[in-house]
Design a protein around this ligand. Structure first.
Ligand SMILES: [Ca+2]
Ligand SMILES: [Ca+2]
Length: 209
């Protein structure tokens, strides 16, 4: 009889947890939006109790991006993009100072300030670019596509209008972005070759080999 009551309690706890999870799932959803967005990239938007808002880029890194991507069914990680790269959103800035371990199943499991308490503006709305195919390890890329990891010490003025977007631990490897009139954008790969990569490397003080 005692054992039976104990099992009942556990069963009730499971039921209560299940109900809580279900309510959470119904009231909070995540989505990617903004200029240049697609199913796998865009400004991170969270709809909570019917109100759509954004996430601040403070502390948000590629580990947090991986969690958002996982929620959106992209299992192979992603990169965080900052400063409203996909345009500034509207509504509340739901989360700020988001810090994730990277293995969370939901952005709500990461640490952050309390909901809707930030010191951010919408110009800081964070975006993510999810990897849509398995990550290719740099070590298996042809050597000619890799830049050396060390920037020469005589580099005093890397161009402020070009940058590499990618995993932060891969120094000198990434997607190329250029800034025009204050707006960062990508470069199409049509006709792109070794000479073009050399120019980018030179602008960023990398010694292309
Ligand atoms: Ca910021
Ligand atoms: Ca902050």
């Amino acid at each position: 009889m005692f054992k039976h009551n104990g099992l009942n309690k556990i069963f009730h706890l499971i039921l209560i947890y299940g109900a809580f999870s279900q309510v959470k799932g119904q009231t909070t959803s995540i989505n990617l939006a903004g200029t240049g967005s697609s199913a796998s990239q865009g400004r991170v938007e969270i709809t909570r109790n019917g109100v759509t808002g954004t996430v601040c880029d403070d502390r948000f890194d590629d580990l947090a991006a991986a969690v958002v991507c996982r929620q959106l069914t992209f299992q192979n990680g992603g990169v965080a993009v900052f400063d409203g790269r996909f345009g500034a959103g509207t509504g509340p800035i739901w989360l700020d100072d988001v810090t994730c371990q990277g293995n969370e199943l939901n952005i709500e499991q990461c640490t952050a300030r309390p909901w809707n308490q930030t010191n951010c503006q919408h110009t800081e709305d964070v975006g993510v670019i999810c990897n849509v195919s398995p990550v290719v390890s740099p070590s298996v890329l042809p050597a000619t596509t890799r830049a050396p990891a060390i920037q020469p010490s005589n580099c005093t003025s890397p161009s402020p209008n070009i940058r590499l977007i990618g995993l932060t631990n891969l120094n000198g490897i990434g997607f190329v972005e250029v800034r025009r009139n204050g707006v960062w954008g990508s470069i199409c790969d049509d006709q792109w070759g070794k000479e073009d990569a050399q120019v980018v490397c030179r602008m960023l003080c990398y010694d292309y080999r």
